[in-house]
Ligand binder design. Structure first.
Ligand code: PLP
Ligand code: LYS
Length: 463
């Protein structure tokens, strides 16, 4: 993501401070459809609406801060992924991005499968009626209890992450008189172009078993020998928020090479490969994500080509998009509190949430956009930093963005593209109450995850 300093000075700065920010849009009132979900608009009063409901009414009914999730957009994205990959492939929504029972029901209705990575996600999925065979269970350190539950309920696949886990899952399955379908997660040695904390295919990190040095081949050797396991394929996930397809292509090629080695050594053609998730979304107008059909085409072609070259039957492909489905479907609505202009620097616009509802800016230096949504404004663009109310100077929601210079206490501002990894990574820092998630669809809004209350926090504190 390239950013350049804008030549024109904002209201409070004759000389622009250092920072990475895009030039303000020609009209700050215009909402870029790249970063806003599909039913977002402005009404005749200038108030932003989602699913036909104004944010003023939403703030009044549900309070702020709150996440508003555009269900129409979520379902459309599920369908786009399912259609792009077609009947010969499987799409597993990665629940870590955001999971609730309503989401599980939507996934089920739209024909998607689900990737879970903890006992908690598994029980949410099951309690909302996701059939176990449509669930993949991930994790680098699944507990014995989690494995036992997953095997007992009959999840469609467990993705094995280490040599120890191969044995652990085999023993548990055997003790339950079952044969568990499994994939082995390999690290293909790709340096994905993303933040270091969310890249997962290089060798020096905790996930998977390296292809390098024949370790993955050894893992296959061991898994094939164990009665409790039915090895159905190889899994690779190279990281998250990735735009460049090159990493996925290298990964696909290396996974197919392993399938060919397995065929040569064992006479077995593993029927599936999973290329993970990680597809990037637009957080600002400068980001240009790929559409699901482009991704499906690129991955399908590379796998088919490599398999033909190796004389293999093309395996069934699966993918695990999380962010690319839910990320763009929600925005966080905040009420502006203190507005503090710092002469020669920028204006700090404080909101009633912060790093407790969006840790991504602090954790990954993530970039977000922000708009004034309770009204339009013709005021000049003002270089702003949207900050929260936590006792921490790094409590930044949007590092550098332009808001109209007349933004004032009481205004509503919204940060788009917060559907993924915001509510799911939310915390109670400073005893903040985690905000609700409100689903909006065709003129109706309903809470799908309620706001935490002080009683919730006090109940955990058992003295
Ligand atoms: C194994 C696996 N699958 C899928 C995902 C989902 O990634 P994303 O939300 O970037 O699509 C992740 C997270 O990075 C993951 O670790
Ligand atoms: N939580 C990260 C991505 C990690 C994805 C899961 N392996 C984010 O917000 O971008």
């Amino acid at each position: 993501m390239s950013r350049s300093a804008h030549p024109a000075g904002p209201r409070h700065a004759d000389v622009l401070p250092e920072g990475h920010y895009t030039a303000p849009a020609a009209d700050l009132n215009v909402l870029d459809p790249k970063v806003w979900s599909r039913t977002v608009d402005r009404d005749e009063r200038g108030v932003v609406t989602v699913g036909g409901i104004g944010v003023d009414a939403l703030a009044e009914e549900f309070g702020t801060p709150a996440y508003f999730l555009d269900e129409t957009d979520f379902r459309a994205r599920c369908r786009a992924w399912a259609e792009a990959f077609g009947k010969d492939a499987d799409v597993f929504y990665a629940g870590k991005a955001f999971l609730s029972r309503a989401v599980v029901r939507w996934l089920k209705e739209e024909g998607l499968n689900l990737d879970v990575c903890s006992g908690g996600e598994l029980s949410t999925a099951l309690s909302a009626g996701m059939p176990a065979e449509r669930i993949a269970f991930h994790g680098n350190n699944k507990s014995e209890e989690e494995i036992r539950t997953a095997v007992e309920v009959g999840v469609g696949r467990i993705v094995l992450d280490s040599f120890q886990e191969i044995v652990r899952v085999a023993h548990i399955a055997q003790s339950l008189g079952k044969r568990q379908r499994v994939q082995i997660r390999v690290t293909v040695g790709v340096e994905a172009h993303t933040h270091e904390f969310i890249a997962t295919a290089h060798e020096d990190q905790k996930f998977g078993i390296a292809l390098a040095g024949g370790q993955a081949a050894e893992a296959v050797r061991r898994a094939l020998k164990l009665d409790g396991l039915e090895l159905i394929g190889i899994h690779s996930h190279i990281g998250s928020q990735i735009f460049d397809m090159a990493g996925f292509e290298v990964s696909a090629r290396r996974v197919v090479q392993l399938l060919a080695e397995v065929r040569d050594e064992h006479g077995v053609e593993l029927p599936e490969i999973d290329l993970g998730g990680g597809l990037g979304i637009a957080y600002t107008s400068e980001d240009d994500p790929r559409e699901p059909h482009e991704i499906a085409k690129a991955l399908g072609e590379i796998v088919t080509r490599e398999c033909e070259a190796a004389g293999l039957t093309t395996p069934r492909i699966s993918v695990e998009p999380g962010r690319a489905i839910v990320g763009p479907t929600a925005f966080t609505l905040y009420r502006v509190g203190t507005v503090k202009p710092l002469e020669g620097l920028r204006t700090y616009v404080s909101v009633d949430g912060g790093m407790s509802d969006n840790i991504r800016t602090a954790l990954y230096d993530a970039e977000y956009s922000v708009s004034l949504v309770s009204r339009t404004s013709d005021a000049a663009p003002m270089l702003s930093r949207v900050v929260g109310k936590h006792c921490e100077s790094g409590d930044i929601v949007v590092r550098d963005a332009f808001l109209p210079a007349d933004v004032a206490p009481g205004d509503l501002i919204a940060v788009p593209a917060t559907g993924a990894y915001c509510r799911s990574m939310a915390s109670n820092y400073n005893h903040a109450l985690r905000p609700p998630v409100v689903a909006v669809r065709e003129g109706e809004a309903r809470v799908i995850v309620r706001r935490e209350t002080e009683e919730d926090l006090l109940r955990l504190d058992v003295g």
